[in-house]
Design a protein. Structure first.
Length: 452
């Protein structure tokens, strides 16, 4: 009996709280609103805007949140079994921007009337053509725009859960704007011709815009053409509320030719041509390569060939007859030189000349690293004090690699030393001859005294 009593008391203390969430403006229920109990997410309202909470004992700290509404928060007694919550729609900002349909400039001084079921607001566009309104979320608004010298315009705007930006073009008289862009790049296309019912209205300006008078509420055929693009034809009836016709043209491949030469104006065969980092062609024996499937526009072209220095240049393709020229200079190859004497000892500080121009001096190991241009004959001359000048010829064929080149210098004869030796020998011979001569005279005089 005691256990039953305890269970009965516990059941009596547990309370189910049915929460119904409604919109404060139209009293409609709000589904998917999040319910928090003491800061913890305990669930969401169902499609009927209701949530059943098993509250238990004590007061309840409740908070209900929903996108586009201000949060509702309150403390509810634990004994309450039914709770009706009214949520207020959040105040947002609606930004409106107005532009002239002909010039695409901002329209200032326009009067804007924004109305809903519960409010009416009036604003005037500023110097930038802008006007801002305070609006509530999840509300339909009617916007009426009037401006001097422009046709009135009416729009319906549905505001969701966030701030909203809208822009409109106002019509001036019977003028109509054609805005022509590249379908791929969205860049403005200047010089596109626009015809209506086979009558040329004009061509687009640098902004890709053509402003022209056009009949409204009458079926017309519009044709837009530009070299390098597919022609666009459209049949439509332009209403009084339409201000701009945005037209996208699809580029047509036109291709081009590139001619590749060396510095002597000789064609280079087999040069690879890359466009926007992709190899698209190779030159023939006449140095010509065809760049196919390229549409009119600007491209970065890189031309490469083994043994030549790569060339990068910008080209602008306008039509099928576009031709471009690239000149490749011969590349250089590293050449290591070793200078030694006849005893194979390294010679440091030796001067190396390439075709008469000083290339450098050898290091402590008798080594010098230099650059030689392919297919170029070189006379490599090495000089060093005390050694005979030595010259060798070297030419590196196109695309080949090099091996270290050893140049051996012979020592010079020391003519000063040899001259001194010669003088010494002459002096010795002279002294020797003098002594011999004196000796002979001495013996001659002795013989005479003996005779006496």
């Amino acid at each position: 009996m005691l256990l039953c009593l305890i269970a009965f008391c516990s059941a009596a203390q547990a309370t189910n709280l049915l929460i119904t969430v409604q919109d404060s403006l139209d009293n409609t229920t709000i589904p998917h609103a999040t319910v928090y109990l003491s800061g913890a997410n305990v669930g969401m309202t169902n499609n009927a805007g209701q949530f059943l909470l098993q509250s238990g004992q004590g007061d309840l700290n409740l908070r209900i949140s929903m996108d586009g509404y201000d949060d509702w928060a309150n403390t509810v007694s634990g004994n309450v079994t039914s709770l009706s919550v009214t949520m207020n729609r959040r105040t947002l900002v609606l930004n409106v921007a107005l532009f002239d349909s002909n010039t695409l400039n901002a329209v200032s001084g326009a009067t804007l009337y924004l109305t809903s079921a519960n409010s009416t607001q009036t604003k005037t566009s500023d110097a930038t053509g802008a006007a801002s309104f305070g609006v509530t979320s999840y509300t339909y608004y009617s916007l009426n725009i009037t401006a001097p010298n422009y046709q009135p315009r009416s729009e319906t705007i549905e505001v969701d859960a966030t701030d909203q930006d809208v822009q409109y073009w106002l019509l001036s008289g019977n003028q109509y704007s054609f805005v022509v862009k590249d379908k791929n790049s969205q860049a403005a296309i200047a010089g596109a011709s626009v015809s209506v019912d086979s009558v040329l209205l004009g061509t687009t300006d640098s902004r890709g815009v053509l402003i022209a008078p056009i009949s409204r509420n009458t079926p017309v055929t519009i044709e837009v053409q530009k070299t390098g693009y597919q022609m666009v034809t459209q049949s439509k009836t332009i209403s009084t509320n339409e201000a701009v016709d945005a037209i996208s043209l699809i580029p047509v491949p036109v291709g081009a030719f590139i001619f590749v030469y060396d510095p002597q104006n000789q064609p280079i065969n087999g040069a690879a041509v890359s466009v926007n980092n992709t190899v698209v062609a190779s030159t023939n024996p006449y140095g010509r390569a065809m760049l196919q499937s390229l549409v009119a526009g600007s491209y970065t072209v890189v031309v490469t060939k083994t043994g030549y220095t790569p060339v990068t240049q910008q080209i602008d393709i306008t039509n099928d007859s576009s031709e471009f020229t690239a000149v490749l200079s011969l590349a250089t190859v590293s050449q290591t030189l070793f200078v030694q004497d006849t005893d194979q000892k390294n010679i440091a500080g030796a001067t190396v000349l390439l075709n008469g121009a000083v290339a450098g001096t050898t290091d402590s190991h008798g080594q010098l690293d230099t650059q030689l241009t392919f297919n170029t004959p070189y006379n490599i001359t090495v000089t060093q004090d005390g050694y005979r000048v030595k010259s060798v010829q070297q030419e590196v064929p196109l695309g080949n690699t090099t091996t270290p080149l050893t140049i051996t210098l012979e020592k010079n004869m020391d003519w000063g030393f040899l001259t001194l030796i010669g003088i010494g020998i002459i002096v010795i011979l002279f002294l020797y001859a003098l002594i011999r001569l004196v000796g002979r005279r001495g013996r001659h005089h002795s013989m005479k005294r003996n005779e006496i």
